[in-house]
Design a protein around this ligand. Structure first.
Ligand code: NAP
Length: 279
């Protein structure tokens, strides 16, 4: 199959490697000539160009640009494509994208691979990023089932675990497990930097080990992605942040009151609950 990828960054680059290894012919379009050349050189795509018309012969096109560009770029792309082309995206937010594109392009299936890395760009792309990772598809009532089946087949071939839900349900769920953790982790780093004694800051930096590495990773990543998560999933993210603030207040209260048994109960409950999210 001829598959197009628009946006040859981390996710687009990773997709290219895996699709080519499945025997697909991959056409890539990106913003910079240097990225196109790197993508060909690294083996992520067969052909690459700055020109959207390269994608005219693709049967399926994956949109892998930053969230804020997905809608405007699909609007421009569809002026080049036959009506039969299936378009899917990988954006971390689904409701605003699906709502804007579905009336314009029948064969559009919202998608979101739940896999990533801190680094961005084609240089960070690697094969097998999506293996055993959830991949959410958000077709709506009017989405033709033929297109959904084709996208499912491709996603399954990446080794991903497919989930279906409504775009709004997707956005509410990822607010809890993806967007809230980014904001919490970013506030953690900011709080550590608020230490006023430079000697203590230096010591903390020297002592920081695996625990801080785990908890600060997602907050210390791509700033552009963090801003777009907040911009495009604002209501769901604000709801989860407010709930998190309530949870923090509870912890503060318990510690101030020295209610150690209650604190232990909370930790026990969390220890039992965590495996429901992370195996
Ligand atoms: P990325 O590494 O920064 O890649 C985005 C790529 O888009 C850039 O390499 C850039 O290519 C290209 N681009 C930017 N403007 C463009 C334009 N006007 N025309 C064509 N290409 C353009 O970011 P990413 O992490 O892959 O994220 C891409 C998408 O994946 C986002 O929508 C994000 O929500 C989603 N996503 C990300 C993750 C994650 O953890 N990173 C996980 C799941 C989904 P040039 O190099 O040519 O400038």
């Amino acid at each position: 199959m001829k598959i197009g990828i628009l946006g040859l960054g981390l996710i687009g680059g990773c997709l290219g490697f895996d699709l080519r290894s499945q025997g697909h012919y991959v056409l890539g379009v990106s913003r910079r000539q240097s990225t196109c050349e790197k993508a060909i050189h690294l083996g992520s795509v067969d052909q690459a160009s700055l020109d959207l018309s390269l994608l005219v012969s693709a049967e399926v096109v994956f949109i892998c640009t930053p969230i804020g560009l997905i809608v405007p770029q699909i609007k421009e792309l569809i002026t080049h494509l036959p009506k039969t082309t299936i378009i899917t995206d990988v954006g971390s937010v689904k409701k605003p994208i699906v709502e804007a594109i579905s009336p314009l392009w029948e064969n559009f299936i919202g998608g979101h691979p739940m896999a990533g890395k801190t680094d961005v760009g084609i240089e960070a792309a690697q094969p097998h990023l999506f293996v055993n990772r959830p991949y959410v598809l958000t077709p709506i009532e009017t989405t033709p089932s033929d297109g959904v089946i084709i996208v499912e087949e491709i996603v399954r071939s990446l080794g991903s675990i497919i989930y279906h839900c409504q775009p709004e349900q997707h956005d509410r769920a990822v607010a809890w497990i993806s967007h809230l953790p980014v904001m919490v982790s970013a506030s953690l780093i900011a709080a550590c930097l608020s230490e006023t004694d430079p000697e203590i800051t230096k010591l903390a930096q020297n002592f920081a080990s695996s625990g801080f590495q785990d908890t600060s990773r997602v907050g210390g990543g791509n700033p552009e992605l963090g801003v777009m998560m907040a911009q495009y999933n604002r209501p769901a993210l604000l709801h989860s942040l407010q709930q998190y603030r309530h949870s923090l207040d509870e912890f503060i209260h318990i510690i101030e009151q020295e209610k150690w048994e209650m604190l232990e109960e909370k930790f026990k409950f969390n220890q039992q609950s965590r495996p429901h999210f992370v195996e």
